[in-house]
Design a protein around this ligand. Structure first.
Ligand SMILES: NC(=O)c1ccc[n+]([C@@H]2O[C@H](COP(=O)([O-])OP(=O)(O)OC[C@H]3O[C@@H](n4cnc5c(N)ncnc54)[C@H](OP(=O)(O)O)[C@@H]3O)[C@@H](O)[C@H]2O)c1
Length: 282
């Protein structure tokens, strides 16, 4: 469904490259139908050589050809980018934004198009193991949904939500989630080193344990508490460790941390919207 399309990326950084890799790797779109734009020629060469896509230093050049336009710049440069590309966009372009915290209303007025998808990916998307949560305006027809699905699926799993409010929740849970998991991984490795393992061995033990536990959780399709009970013998080591984790308030602190990230996401969205209204493009 993407074969006849021109897919343009404004911003050719890590996430854009991950999407390009996924799309070309799965042969969902011919590489020459992809146009990437960005300020650095050397980066452009890299993308041309690695994926055989087209590259331009001019955002307008990429934007005017786009049937599907992916906005993949950092939030702080988006306002100037939108001002530059708005006049040249096709009237029926589908705009997909992965820019964190930028609301649909800002994207609609900033691009002058009603067909807008807003998505929240996460960093594992860079290795094709991402979780992307996305929503769309009512003007996006089913055929365009399917295309957005394919583009975002290039990062790993994707899930459509029928309401923009879920994007702030997703930001706190899956978007920011890798930060929590990496902290937990780091803490476990440090505990291994504390006991006397070399860091290298501790790392292997921890990563494979987490990988294996996730695989079991996916396959067993049972409540995590049941799986945890399976490794908790009466008076055993797991019971001892879990007692300490509960005593330290692990559940409460995780819940508070994610709630705080959710509130922060909403606040940043409000501030961004206010700013864009003040600058007159929303
Ligand atoms: N990374 C994630 O896991 C993640 C998760 C959720 C959401 N996001 C969102 O995804 C977006 C991209 O993130 P990223 O990690 O891919 O960032 P990134 O690697 O920094 O990519 C941004 C790209 O935009 C380019 N750029 C800068 N100014 C530009 C301009 N005026 N016109 C066109 N391109 C310009 C940059 O070029 P230079 O390198 O030359 O400056 C860079 O290649 C961000 O908005 C972020 O909020 C990312």
């Amino acid at each position: 469904m993407l074969r006849e399309m021109t897919l343009s990326f404004i911003g050719s950084g890590n996430m854009a490259e991950a999407m390009i890799r996924g799309l070309t790797g799965r042969q969902l779109i011919p590489p020459h139908n992809i146009v990437a734009a960005g300020p650095r020629r050397i980066r452009g060469r890299e993308l041309e050589q690695r994926y055989h896509v087209r590259w331009t230093q001019e955002n307008q050049e990429a934007a005017k050809q786009a049937d599907i336009l992916v906005l993949s710049v950092k939030p702080q440069v988006l306002p100037q980018v939108l001002v530059g590309i708005k006049p040249v966009l096709k009237s029926d372009v589908l705009v997909i934004s992965i820019v964190a915290g930028v609301r649909i209303s800002t994207l609609v007025s900033g691009t002058g198009t009603e067909q807008v998808v807003r998505a929240m990916p996460n960093t594992p998307g860079q290795v094709g193991k991402g979780m992307t949560v996305w929503t769309a305006t009512k003007s996006v027809p089913p055929a365009r949904h399917t295309q957005a699905n394919a583009v975002l699926g290039a990062l790993g799993e994707e899930i459509f939500v029928d309401g923009e409010e879920y994007l702030d929740m997703a930001t706190a849970l899956s978007g920011t989630g890798p930060a929590y998991v990496f902290l937990f991984i780091e803490a476990m490795i440090d505990a291994g080193v504390h006991m006397g393992f070399s860091r290298h061995i501790a790392e292997r033990l921890v990563l494979q344990t987490i990988d294996g536990s996730v695989a079991v959780a996916r396959e067993a399709k049972r409540h995590p508490a049941e799986l945890r009970n399976q490794v908790t013998s009466p008076g055993g080591t797991a019971a001892e460790a879990l007692y300490q984790l509960e005593k330290g308030g692990l559940r409460t602190i995780v819940s508070r941390a994610i709630w705080a990230a959710y509130q922060k996401s909403k606040l940043l969205g409000d501030l961004g919207e206010k700013e864009s209204q003040e600058q007159g493009y929303s």
